[in-house]
Design a protein around this ligand. Structure first.
Ligand SMILES: Cc1cc2nc3c(=O)[nH]c(=O)nc-3n(C[C@H](O)[C@H](O)[C@H](O)COP(=O)(O)O)c2cc1C
Length: 269
């Protein structure tokens, strides 16, 4: 009788023990799984969002394929020399806020975009402006209102193919000007650059220091444009005073892109 009791108690202890082991193993598995997911997330913080957003752009563009406008515009090859010395460009650079309502050429647009973020070394993917860790957080948007051989619209510059991707048709300069300092400059100048940034590209590697790096890079890119346009006989003003959220909407930036600088470009009055 006594032996039977001991046997039953032993069996119960073994069963309870097995249940406890099984529960704790599951919990451990779940812990391992979630922490490894977290690790992947930290290693690739951008992939999912950027992939989705690029798909969104492609979808946006596939609509445009059916329109008379082309969704992708291959830009003319940029020039790598000019009659303007770097010293002359530095001497002549100044902010201009009054523009003629005069068109510029597609060649000019090509040259300006190349100066802003163009590729200088195809093998290594290096660009005209330095970038912390060569992570290139900047995205250049172009508002076209008066360019020969280029329909009005919002375009995004793709440095890799030196091409433009159509984001939206139509002249959007007036819309953008509502939310920025120097509205008349934006309304009259034939093009306006909106330099934006994806901070995460840089913060994934540099953490809190990233915003400093991104802001420095915008300066590099904008200065390239300031100097390049002198050799083209054009002018600009670098605008930092604008309503971020409204500009983001007006230019149709992607969710993870923030506008940092606006540059109307054209012939000075
Ligand atoms: C970060 C930054 C933001 C600026 N924002 C504006 C602006 O919102 N509106 C404007 O008219 N000029 C703006 N400017 C241009 C300055 O007013 C201009 O560079 C300054 O008056 C010196 O004149 P200069 O460019 O002709 O040498 C900005 C310049 C910088 C560097």
């Amino acid at each position: 009788m006594f032996n039977k009791k001991i046997l039953i108690i032993t069996i119960l202890v073994v069963i309870i023990g097995l249940i406890i082991i099984s529960i704790s193993t599951n919990a451990f598995d779940r812990f391992i799984c979630s922490s490894s997911e977290k690790t992947t997330e930290i290693q690739n913080p951008l992939n999912k969002t950027e992939e989705n957003q690029m798909t969104a752009i492609e979808e946006n563009n596939s609509e445009a394929v059916n329109s008379p406008l082309k969704s992708k515009i291959k830009l003319p090859e940029p020039q790598y020399s000019s009659n303007t010395s770097i010293e002359e460009a530095l001497l002549k650079r100044k902010s201009i806020r009054d523009y003629q309502k005069k068109s510029i050429s597609l060649e000019n647009v090509s040259q300006i975009l190349w100066a802003a973020q163009g590729i200088t070394n195809k093998a290594k993917g290096k660009r005209t402006a330095p970038s912390a860790g060569a992570l290139y957080p900047l995205e250049i948007y172009l508002l076209v209102g008066n360019v020969n051989d280029l329909a009005s619209g919002i375009y995004k510059y793709k440095p890799e193919g030196h091409e433009l991707i159509l984001i939206a048709e139509g002249d959007r300069r007036n819309e953008l000007s509502k939310y920025s300092a120097q509205p008349e400059a934006i309304q009259d100048a034939p093009i306006t650059l909106v330099i934006s940034a994806v901070y995460k590209r840089t913060s994934a590697k540099y953490g809190e220091r990233a915003s400093r790096y991104v802001h420095i890079e915008v300066g590099h890119s904008a200065q390239n444009v300031c100097l390049q346009i002198i050799s083209l006989g054009l002018s600009t003003v670098t605008i930092g005073a604008f309503q971020d959220g409204q500009v983001k909407k007006a230019v149709q930036l992607l969710e993870n892109e923030d506008p940092l600088y606006i540059m109307p470009i054209g012939f000075a009055k």
